[in-house]
Design a protein around this ligand. Structure first.
Ligand code: KG4
Ligand code: ZN
Length: 390
């Protein structure tokens, strides 16, 4: 079955096409257009700018993705363009209307079996662009429409096992119950997974997400958005050069007795440290970055250790943008080894937002009979910025 997936929950415009059979995924296209450099001057993602950029670029990206997948070949069937319905659907977004309507009028119906799109969680203005685009395509081409959860996508990314042939993957077999540790710019949560499609949130951040803490700490240190990878690099240098930290940072909530986290105090501690030391030397920055990464990692590993003990988890799954971090990956791998359970890690290139993970989550659910197509023309359909895995 061929699935086209669209992801616009934050600052990446992404489209993917996969061909999924029983236990094999062939990636026919996987495109990610990052807006990070545009948001850098705001020091974080600016929702309305994200929305406008998604609207401007998404239809052309879908076209490119279909071309790459050889799905636009000699088809002449233009689908059934319902001008009134589509105009109404896109009435609140002039930019999207301008880019999408010509695309719908000229693009033949590709031979695909489903359209998957992120409906949440994420930034709602940004989510709407992908969501309404997917609806318009599904209506015009009469193709089943599958709204997906972004966090389930991050879980799915960790289950892809590369095969010998390029672009071919199999799906890893998970041992349940499993704990997913999802660490991104917008979310930090621990979910107990009893089986694909059955999730229970057992811990979450009470304030800033881990990625957000990285980005804010980086900003305080004068590093541009997204700061996560930049702090990671400095921390790596601090470890190899054995640079000491100019301060000791707290390990927030390690003894809270639950699986929740809080990282805003850590960011504040970084701010106080910088104010005290100012001006920061390069060595101070390196040392501080190393200490920051140590703090975050210790907290997350301690919480996960407690989570394994309290749930008798049989495996761990790491996901989200921060799971690209080598130091954090290694710490979690050691933890899994100590508990003699497997850990599923995404390829670092698939840790951050992309549409391939949304396509794979859709395929996984369809395979397990746990996903129903939704009528894309249903008026009451909506995105949900705080959608939970349930
Ligand atoms: O999952 P993601 O791409 O977007 C959201 O859904 O939020 O995560 C982006 C976050 C950003 O905060 C970014 O700074 C962080 O992931 N990040 C990292 C690394 N790579 C990305 N944080 C620490 N170390 C990294 N190597
Ligand atoms: Zn994400």
């Amino acid at each position: 079955m061929i699935i086209l997936a669209i992801e616009t929950s934050c600052d990446e415009t992404a489209v993917a096409v996969i061909d999924a059979t029983e236990n094999e995924i062939l990636v026919r296209s996987h495109l990610v257009l990052s807006q990070a450099s545009l948001h850098a001057e705001f020091g974080g993602v600016f929702p309305n700018l994200a929305k406008r950029e998604h609207a401007r670029t998404l239809p052309a990206l879908i076209k490119k993705s279909l071309e790459e997948s050889n799905l636009l070949s000699a088809e002449k069937n233009l689908g059934d363009f319902d001008e009134v319905l589509i105009e109404k659907l896109l009435s609140k977004d002039g930019t999207l209307k301008e880019s999408l309507i010509p695309f719908l009028k000229e693009t033949p119906r590709p031979n695909i079996d489903g359209i998957a799109v992120t409906m949440g969680p994420g930034l709602e203005p940004a989510l709407w662009v992908g969501f309404n685009t997917a609806r318009a395509l599904a209506i015009t081409w009469n193709i089943p429409f599958y709204p997906m959860n972004h966090m389930e996508g991050h879980i799915a990314a960790a289950l892809l096992e590369p095969k010998d042939k390029p672009n071919h993957f199999s799906l890893k077999t998970i041992r349940f119950p499993s704990i997913a540790i999802l660490l991104s710019g917008g979310h930090t949560e621990f979910d107990l997974i009893r089986t694909i499609g059955s999730y229970e949130r057992i811990g979450e951040t009470l304030d800033d997400a881990v990625g957000e803490a990285y980005d804010k700490a980086a900003r305080l240190m004068g590093l541009s958005y997204p700061g996560g990878p930049k702090i990671a690099l400095l921390a790596e240098e601090a470890r190899s050069l054995k640079t000491p930290s100019p301060v000791k940072l707290p390990r927030p909530m390690t003894n809270s007795g639950d699986l929740n986290t809080s990282f805003s105090g850590l960011k504040t501690a970084v701010r106080y440290a910088i104010e005290k030391i100012s001006p920061l030397t390069d060595e101070d920055k390196r040392g501080l970055a190393g200490e920051f990464e140590n703090s975050v990692t210790e907290v997350l590993v301690r919480k996960t250790h407690n989570a394994i003990e309290s749930t008798n988890a049989e495996s761990l799954i790491l996901g989200g943008g921060v799971s690209a971090n080598t130091f954090i990956r290694n710490a979690f791998t050691r933890l899994a080894t100590e508990h003699q359970i497997p850990i599923f890690l995404p390829d670092p290139k698939l840790s951050t937002d992309n549409a391939l993970m949304i396509a794979v989550a859709c395929a996984l659910r369809l395979q397990k009979g746990k996903l129903l197509a939704i009528d894309p023309a249903e008026q009451s359909l909506t995105v949900n910025g705080t959608l939970r895995l349930a």
